[in-house]
Design a binder for this molecule. Structure first.
Ligand SMILES: Cc1ncc(COP(=O)(O)O)c(C=O)c1O
Length: 445
């Protein structure tokens, strides 16, 4: 139960204080009774749990795309699958799996971390912001960044949290020196240093860029020197894309991929992972890896909001992972990487064919996005009517900036379109940009 996790020895964890809201949260009183459930022969007249014999499902059978069957007919599992999520930090077999998996991939160099299962990274982001930020605190955000996270910050900004952009450098990620400079400007201006920096480490949304390991270490060192916590949102970690047909033949290798968690000696990283981009977003399952007091704060806020990720999703995901084992998961991830890699290459090849001289871009090596910057276009929002008329839609770059100001870029998502549609969509974009370049501005009809 949540309370058991909180009593673990994670003292002296993250070098931060909780927000006013998180400090005021109390553990749910009802949940303090939960440990009595395991007393033999206890007569349970306490909780509002429906009994197992009223649940509708007697058996759940899933068939994977490879034709493997996953059958849940064990009464205990069927009960867990249909009951409330009684453990706020997450369904314990899944939590153990996630801990082993996190240890294997990131091997965090501090021993105080634990995981909380969430309803995906978006849910986790909102919970972490709430746990750490009080009016007057400063958060630094990569600019451009994921607009959903920025919109979660808007109500906090209205309550007095300061949201300060850190412009991405020419390599498409923030750089240690500019982060240090912004942190010091913040200190001079507000009298307090930033408390938290929000970063998307791999396959950044929207630029598609990943931070090299050396850059991660440099940024981590700046965060140490300035005593900033790091919120690492990394849903694209697994989507490492083979850059050529030859590279497709190699086995799964995530060892070369960097993460802040893997260098976190002093528990200042709160890492968000998600099943959304490598299993299915409809599961609504992610996990946070962090130390106390953030871990406890997330457990309490989970108890008092979602009560935990869906038991149904958690049990089914766990059964799938159990049945696949390590080999099946690696096979699935490698297949996904090949498929997305081909689409990324198709998007880049279409750009070579149709956008040469009209836009610049970097061939994506991770994630789902390609960031295109149009020549001679002040604000890509102005091109939207023309693009819609040509029947192609991309996201204007302004959507990703904190001030939503003019941007000459677009975000293209190559993951969901077919290779044929990528070719056609980029061709249509090229037609619009060519027209703009010939006439000197967007043509509204
Ligand atoms: C950077 C980033 N964080 C979080 C999310 C949402 O993740 P989840 O589906 O786990 O809530 C996305 C994309 O949808 C994203 O690009």
């Amino acid at each position: 139960m949540g309370d058991e996790i909180i009593s673990q020895d994670m003292n002296g964890g993250a070098p931060c204080t909780l927000s006013t809201v998180a400090s005021a949260r109390q553990p749910s009183q009802l949940r303090t009774l939960a440990p009595y459930l395991s007393i033999p022969e206890v007569v349970w007249l306490a909780g509002g749990l429906p009994p197992g014999d009223v649940f509708p499902f007697k058996k759940v059978t899933l068939t994977t795309t490879d034709g493997e069957e996953i059958v849940v007919d064990n009464p205990d599992l069927l009960y867990r699958l249909q009951q409330y999520t009684i453990e706020a930090p997450g369904y314990s077999p899944l939590r153990s799996w996630l801990k082993d998996h996190t240890r294997e991939l990131h091997n965090p160099p501090n021993s105080k971390w634990d995981v909380v299962v969430t309803c995906g990274n978006f849910d986790a982001t909102a919970k972490v912001f709430e746990a750490l930020l009080s009016p007057g605190d400063v958060i630094l955000v990569e600019d451009p960044s994921f607009p959903q996270s920025c919109s979660t910050l808007k109500p906090l900004a209205a309550s007095g949290v300061k949201v300060v952009p850190v412009t991405l450098g020419s390599h498409g990620h923030i750089e240690a020196e500019s982060l240090r400079a912004v942190a010091q400007e913040v200190k001079a201006r507000y009298g307090v240093g930033p408390k938290l920096v929000y970063v998307i480490t791999n396959g950044q949304n929207p630029t598609g860029t990943s931070m090299p390991k050396a850059v991660i270490q440099e940024i981590y060192d700046v965060c140490r020197a300035e005593n900033m916590m790091i919120l690492e949102d990394d849903p694209y970690f697994y989507l490492q894309l083979p850059g050529s047909e030859e590279a497709e033949g190699a086995g799964l290798d995530l060892g070369h991929v960097g993460s802040f968690l893997s260098v976190d000696t002093d528990c200042r990283v709160v890492r968000l992972d998600s099943f959304s981009k490598f299993l299915a977003p409809g599961l609504r399952i992610g996990w946070v890896t962090c130390a106390d007091p953030v871990h406890s704060a997330l457990v309490y806020s989970t108890q008092q909001t979602t009560q935990g990720a869906s038991s149904c999703s958690a049990v089914l995901a766990m059964e799938l992972l159990r049945q696949w084992g390590r080999t099946g998961l690696d096979r699935h991830l490698r297949r996904l990487q090949r498929q997305y890699g081909r689409k990324a290459r198709a998007a880049a090849a279409a750009a070579e064919r149709h956008l040469a001289g009209l836009a610049s871009w970097a061939a994506p090596s991770c994630g789902m996005f390609m960031w295109l910057t149009a020549e001679g276009v002040g604000d890509t929002r102005d091109l939207m009517p023309e693009l819609v008329e040509q029947k192609v839609v991309l996201v204007p770059g302004s959507f990703f900036y904190l001030d939503e100001g003019a941007s000459s870029s677009f975000r293209l998502c190559f993951a969901s379109a077919s290779e044929e549609d990528l070719e056609e969509g980029v061709r249509r974009l090229g037609n619009v940009l060519r027209k703009v370049s010939a006439t000197g501005g967007p043509q509204h009809t």
